[in-house]
Design a protein around this ligand. Structure first.
Ligand code: BJW
Ligand code: ZN
Length: 240
């Protein structure tokens, strides 16, 4: 329990915990991060594919990227980091605000997960209000909506707003928690990167779990420079 020794007495009885998670938490499940050295796909920068312009310029390419990622995600299993967060529900109210679309928190058994950037299983029409979940792969890429326009992945790209209801709930959860654990995110993407500020305004304790420095590391009460699968099981043992 050495990693949390300095803060153990302050956190062990806390009952409202929020996790803000990003691609790094699924890295140990074999899912590449965005900005790491594996953030290139067929020589395309993943950051440039996650835009509405990329989709309109080349919908087939963007669909192929998501189809390949969906295959990888469906084959992936939650790692010890996801499982530790799920186990923490035995001791406290836990809400996860995730930027990931992979569903691995839910697969690990977490019950309160807000997906800020959508989900790999969702699809929607690029023009009308049609929304659905993908049951089987489409034979034609890009797939077409009944209205005749192209369907797109149900995710949030750069320049798009987050779903308002999800974002409202995320802000409230962040503003009401007593402990926020920020794991596996570079915190470079807004508005998710302002969630720690809401928590801080409530005098919550902030812990960052990330092998690398982030722009908000200096704002944290505790920074653990290790991976989430190694660190988060040890966090659970503080509450156990
Ligand atoms: C480990 C680890 C291990 C490794 N254990 N840790 C100028 C122009 C236009 C827009 C903007 C602008 N300036 C700012 C904006 C806003 C923009 C933004 O933030 N841009 C910045 C890049 C500058 N944001 C938006 O546009 C958002 N919308 C918005 O603001 O609406 C209002 C608005 C409307 C109109 C105009 C302008 C504003 C929407 C953002 C949507 C982001 N979408 C994506 C794709 C989602 C779907 C998909 O998955 O395909 O979300 S992009 C990508 O980044 C994805 C991620 O969720 C997100 C965050 O990345 P994350 O998770 O932090 O991953 P990495 O790779 O960055 O970091 C991984 C970390 O893990 C690293 O730190 C590692 O060290 C660590 N790690 N292994 C623990 N084992
Ligand atoms: Zn449509």
């Amino acid at each position: 329990m050495k990693m949390f020794e300095s803060i153990k007495e302050q956190i062990k009885d806390i009952k409202k915990i929020v996790f803000v998670t990003g691609a790094g938490i699924s890295q140990e499940s074999g899912i590449p991060t965005f900005r790491g050295k594996d953030g290139l796909w067929r020589n395309h920068d993943a950051m440039k594919l996650a835009t509405i312009d990329a989709f309109y310029n080349n919908p087939k390419l963007v669909w192929e990227w998501y189809n390949e990622r969906r295959e990888n995600i469906f084959a992936a299993q939650p790692n010890l980091g996801h499982k530790a967060i799920a186990e923490l529900e035995k001791f406290a109210e836990v809400i996860i605000l995730t930027q990931n679309i992979d569903g691995l928190h839910q697969k690990a058994g977490s019950s309160k997960v807000l997906e800020l950037h959508g989900s790999i299983v969702k699809i929607k029409c690029s023009v009308c209000d049609f929304k659905d979940e993908m049951i089987t792969e489409f034979s034609e890429i890009p797939p077409l909506c009944k209205c005749g326009n192209i369907l797109r992945p149900g995710v949030v790209w750069f320049g798009e707003s987050l779903p308002q209801d999800v974002w409202q709930k995320a802000m409230i959860a962040a503003s009401e928690c007593d402990l926020m654990v920020i794991a596996g995110t570079s915190l470079v993407v807004s508005p998710a990167n302002i969630l720690p500020i809401y928590a801080k305004q409530n005098n919550a304790i902030l812990i960052e779990v990330n092998p690398e420095n982030t722009e908000m590391s200096s704002e944290m009460d505790l920074v653990i420079r290790n991976t989430s699968a190694i660190t988060l099981p040890e966090l659970v043992s503080v509450f156990n």
